[in-house]
Design a protein around this ligand. Structure first.
Ligand SMILES: [Zn+2]
Length: 306
């Protein structure tokens, strides 16, 4: 049986700072009509330009997925989009009054909570799902990235990560049906390596991050002085490295939380296809650049085959 499209019942607002800009942003999910899909709207800019969630509007993937259209930009779109896809909401307007989606706890959970609070309603139109009937692939040999989409009775995602890090090791995560997203994936937080964090701080590229919104993987020896610096930076009395090489700012929700977060990012980035898809995505060492390129490829196939 065809499922009906869904939107939210009431507007709902989430507020917080952007990870990279440190700017406070209010994000309001609003109901949208049938066949609308997702659009961001920069209400702080003149004319409140809309930015369609479409792979062709991606302008940057270096530290999250940035969309740009009509001269307006919105950064770090993926965790909010993952929440919409994960709850099988087809149509929403996402109003923002700043340049970056708030990072909150680094997961999709706060967006999920807000959307559930808003309420989800069925619309009259049937949901159109693109059912993949061929095998598609994407590769970035230089970075050992490989992605495959194969026909499947459900939207499934399998992720493998291997960062040559003794701490993370090789991890994998699997979503068998999108209704597993909320419980098993939405709370999984973003992660970074200590050496990346130091570089970001040094270049002033990370501002909104306090030590509660990222899992920090300590992949090299660190002195007490450095730890004290980090504690100061993040307004904590002290931080330590736990035996498994994870900074003790957070408790892991799952042993493979980093792999699960990579899967969450795929759910969010594949919203850029522009409609729900049914296929099994297998991804080795995925990242935003690969996700976006592969989403664009799927979108092209849809445009050709209808
Ligand atoms: Zn992410």
């Amino acid at each position: 049986m065809m499922q009906k499209q869904r939107t939210i019942k009431n507007p709902v607002t989430v507020s917080g700072v952007g990870l990279h800009t440190g700017v406070k942003v209010n994000l309001t999910f609003k109901p949208a009509p049938e066949n609308h899909w997702y659009k961001f709207k920069r209400i702080d800019l003149e004319g409140a330009p809309e930015i369609e969630v479409d792979a062709d509007n991606v302008s940057d993937t270096s530290r999250g997925t940035t969309l740009q259209q009509h001269g307006a930009k919105i950064s770090t779109t993926e965790h909010a989009l993952a929440a919409l896809v994960g709850l099988e909401i087809d149509n929403a307007i996402i109003e923002v009054d700043g340049p970056e989606v708030p990072i909150l706890d680094g997961s999709s959970a706060p967006f999920i909570d807000a959307l559930l609070q808003a309420g989800i309603v069925e619309q009259n139109a049937d949901r159109e799902v693109y059912v993949l009937d061929e095998v598609l692939s994407y590769e970035e040999p230089a970075r050992n990235v490989e992605m495959l989409a194969v026909p499947s009775p459900d939207y499934r995602i399998t992720v493998m990560v291997d960062y040559n890090s003794p701490v993370l090791g090789t991890q994998h995560a699997q979503l068998h049906k999108i209704n597993e997203f909320q419980k098993d994936f939405s709370t999984c937080r973003t992660f970074c390596f200590l050496h990346e964090l130091e570089a970001l701080v040094k270049h002033d590229l990370i501002k909104g991050g306090d030590l509660n919104n990222a899992i920090v993987v300590v992949d090299k020896e660190i002195s007490q002085d450095k730890l004290d610096d980090l504690a100061r930076l993040f307004n904590k009395p002290s931080v330590q490295v736990k035996e498994k090489g994870i900074l003790n700012n957070v408790q892991l929700h799952f042993q493979n939380e980093p792999a699960r977060h990579k899967l969450l990012d795929i759910v969010g980035d594949f919203a850029l296809v522009g409609m729900p898809i049914q296929c099994h995505i297998l991804a080795a060492r995925p990242g935003h650049a690969a996700n976006v390129e592969f989403a664009r490829k799927i979108k092209e196939v849809i445009n050709v085959t209808g």
